[in-house]
Design a protein around this ligand. Structure first.
Ligand SMILES: Cc1cc2nc3c(=O)[nH]c(=O)nc-3n(C[C@H](O)[C@H](O)[C@H](O)COP(=O)(O)OP(=O)(O)OC[C@H]3O[C@@H](n4cnc5c(N)ncnc54)[C@H](O)[C@@H]3O)c2cc1C
Length: 457
């Protein structure tokens, strides 16, 4: 490694942020690094939801360069450190003000390792829409989330609650091995047989332990699927929610519905049925169509990849900080439905979404992965602009929650960590964190080092 830094004109040097040894960058990183004042800076400073002004964005092009980038981060441990794959973090701070960002977006290869076992290797920088498109010609799919622009790195280290979830489980349930760079720069492969405790931890709390440079997944055989978008007129939100819960619980596990509701009196259900048989699709969707008067409906048989490719990519120009609250419930009881309806009526949230879980998600034992809330049947997300207002409204739901999914929560304070990880899981994670990241290098996303002292809501 040589350390010559970068040739930067003096007018650009004026934009440099304090505390960063720009001229000490190793050559292998200097060529692709971006700093304030660079033409490329506007395109990398912010993420999808969050505005930022990092002092330096390192863009390693290989796992070996990630090792170099982690060494730079260790030398700058006084500064915030963001780790970025696809830039869609909600809990994760993959940008910051004046700190470092390690952006592994260039590690985006998708390759079939063994077709007979449907074993694929995916880089953290790949987007789920690209993964879906690459798997489609084989008749395969890997459930991720509801939005194809999300990156593999952030989602596959946290959980992955997606439209194939009730049939095929979480994204992390398909992981067979990961390679990652730890805080001390060592490169480790973790699987059931190699560093099994780390492999357990990566599947739910990966961001705390290193930077994953590749994921190996077993993917599913998925023929075309049924895809429905149903819009309803809703006069009584609490009754609608309760009925949505009842119908979802009764649905066969091929069907995974999500619900979006606002104050407008309209609700939208987006549901996937993991079957290409129109009779099965219609039969499984019919009970949903009967929940309330339909104002719009569209049902198609389509490749899974077309759902993931539904939305075009937008440039990442997030502003400010999102405010998002996440809760898991084992049942959509009348109390949960009523509290959710009051939350909607409060006007404090502009985005309210229920994702269904259960089915194959619950087949996995609670202690098999660091994501432990296997009994949750719904994930609830509420987003708003003002943390105090959102919390006042959300507090009504808290007594009914069984846990939290960290990817949808922006308050990384100690209470939220207790909700995201049950006590036995948290104790195991903290022991491993102390062993593998004793100086707490990776701390931007639900910091597990004991005990966190401030809330970043
Ligand atoms: C529009 C939208 C829709 C979403 N829908 C769903 C959904 O349906 N289901 C679901 O489960 N989630 C969903 N999410 C949440 C999403 O999974 C998380 O925000 C995820 O962290 C995004 O991953 P990313 O790589 O794009 O994000 P980034 O912003 O790049 O990273 C987020 C955080 O993940 C960690 N991280 C990133 N890369 C790595 C790596 N290589 N190694 C270790 N840690 C890393 C870091 O802590 C980082 O701060 C959604 C998010 C958005 C914005």
């Amino acid at each position: 490694m040589t350390q010559h830094g970068r040739a930067v004109p003096s007018d650009l040097r004026a934009h440099r942020r304090p505390g960063i040894n720009y001229d000490g960058l190793p050559d292998v990183l200097a060529g692709t690094a971006v700093e304030p004042g660079d033409a490329a800076y506007a395109g990398v400073r912010s993420t999808y939801l969050r505005g930022g002004s990092p002092g330096l964005v390192l863009r390693p092009q290989s796992p070996a360069e990630v090792v170099e980038a982690v060494a730079v981060a260790r030398r700058h441990q006084h500064l915030p450190l963001g780790v970025r794959s696809g830039g869609h973090g909600i809990s994760g701070r993959s940008t910051n003000d004046g700190g470092l960002v390690i952006d592994v977006g260039a590690l985006d290869a998708i390759e079939v390792l063994d077709a007979s076992r449907r074993l694929v290797r995916v880089g953290p920088g790949a987007r789920w829409k690209h993964v879906a498109s690459a798997l489609q010609p084989h008749g395969w799919a890997l459930g991720s989330g509801d939005y194809g622009g999300v990156g593999v790195g952030g989602l596959a280290t946290a959980g992955g609650i997606g439209f194939l979830g009730r049939k095929h489980g979480l994204t992390i349930d398909h992981l067979r091995a990961v390679e990652l760079v730890l805080a001390d720069g060592s490169v480790v492969r973790a699987s059931d047989t190699e560093h099994p405790e780390l492999f357990w931890a990566v599947r739910g709390a990966g961001a705390n332990f290193g930077i994953v440079t590749s994921f190996e997944f077993t993917v599913d055989e998925v023929p075309d699927i049924g895809w429905a978008q149903l819009a309803f007129r809703v006069d009584d939100p609490a009754a609608f929610l309760e009925e949505f819960g009842r119908v979802t619980d009764a649905a066969p596990r091929e069907t995974t519905p999500n619900l979006i509701m606002g104050r407008s009196g309209v609700a939208q259900i987006m549901a996937m049925v993991a079957s290409d048989d129109p009779d099965v699709v219609v039969a499984q969707l019919q009970p949903f169509a009967e929940i309330a008067p339909l104002v719009q409906q569209q049902v198609v048989i389509a490749p899974y990849a077309s759902v993931m490719n539904m939305f075009p990519d937008a440039p990442h120009q997030g502003r400010g900080e999102p405010v998002s609250r996440s809760g898991l419930v084992t049942e959509l009881t009348p109390e949960v439905a009523a509290a959710s309806a009051r939350l909607l009526a409060s006007g404090a949230v502009h985005w309210f979404q229920l994702r269904s879980m259960g089915g194959a998600v619950a087949d996995v034992p609670r202690d098999a992965t660091a994501f432990a809330h296997r009994d949750a049947r719904f994930s609830i997300v509420a987003m708003g602009a003002n943390a105090q207002r959102v919390d006042r409204a959300w507090d009504q739901l808290r007594p009914h929650l069984s846990g939290s999914y960290l990817s949808f929560e922006t308050d990384t304070g100690p209470d939220r960590i207790l909700e995201a990880f049950p006590p036995a899981t948290l104790a195991r994670l903290r022991a491993l964190k102390a062993e593998l990241d004793p100086t707490n290098l990776f701390r931007d996303n639900f910091n597990l080092a004991t005990p966190p002292t401030r809330s970043l809501a």
